[in-house]
Design a protein around this ligand. Sequence first.
Ligand code: NAD
Length: 342
Amino acid sequence: MSDLRFDNRVVIVTGAGGGLGKAYALFFGARGASVVVNDLGVSRSGDGTSTSAADVVVEEIRKAGGKAVANYNSVEDGDKIVETAMKAFNRVDIIINNAGILRDKSFARMTDADWDLIQAVHVKGSYKVTKAAWDIFKKQKFGRIIMTASAAGVYGNFGQSNYSAAKLALASFSSTLAKEGAKDNIHCNTIAPMAASRIPPLLLTNRHPTITTTITITTTITITTTITITTTPSPPRTESIMPPDVLAALKPEYVAPLVAYLCHETTKENGGLFEVGAGFVAKLRWERSRGAVFKADDTFSPAAVGAKWGEITDFSNPEYPSSVTDTDFLSLLEQAKNLAAN
Ligand code: NAD
């Protein structure tokens, strides 16, 4: 297969000032696309703003002979990012919803602000950018969208209840857009990436438990003060933990090929969810047990559920539903009737 190109395509990459977003922006820029490099220039927890992150990436793309413009809006103002693309290039073809931050805390310590900010940046931000381009995509009968989930969203992860809720929301948002967009050649896929960037791979985030330190200060006039400090240290820097060969494989650059493949005009994949990182790409899907059927009468009790728990959780002969219509209620009703007749 000759390498796929993106000439005449306009790509918006959100959060493209660093990490994975930067890798995507450079990748598309080197393959003929015009790139809108969006970045608000915030810290990992969403504080501050800066224009330099986006500017540096634009400069790098242009120096290599590519076409790029910067945008410094928050993804929460997604319409302004799409406006930048329309002003500069007069079209939009591909959106990579990548911008993200973390506010990791155990659920007991989570505040409303930690919860709301994560939903606002990840879920509302992806919604706002995508919504602003949706009619353009429909009119031109072409659009490719990537949502960025996380293994934390798929499997859950200690200290990331806000983030995991937002990340899995994006996967189901994507499944619905895939269904709504298919007739207009709008495809939406989701990735759960893993890369050694500022938002560290999950295998590292599990290694920063809360530490409680007790310091006892005794002064000469025998006053004793005890101070207890509770801190959640930043995750250790990836470089200090990973062996060099693993670090090399975890480069953000090794997530870009899947993202670009999913966004190409010849790619049929739509509505998929992929884990990608360190040279590994795999598709995820729902698996359902064959389940158990109960008589729909007052014999359907908690004890009856318990009695069939083995059947309910038996995955030896699974199904793989991908749509709400993949449940054959007529056949289930028929089975229930037969039970009732026995
Ligand atoms: P990163 O921190 O290196 O880059 C994120 C970029 O997004 C930053 O440059 C930041 O300024 C920008 N940004 C943040 N909030 C923004 C906003 N409101 N509007 C515009 N820009 C904003 O992070 P990364 O590791 O490259 O992660 C990129 C995406 O991948 C995120 O959505 C993250 O949740 C997801 N992810 C990463 C990993 C990983 O292993 N790195 C794992 C799972 C998911």
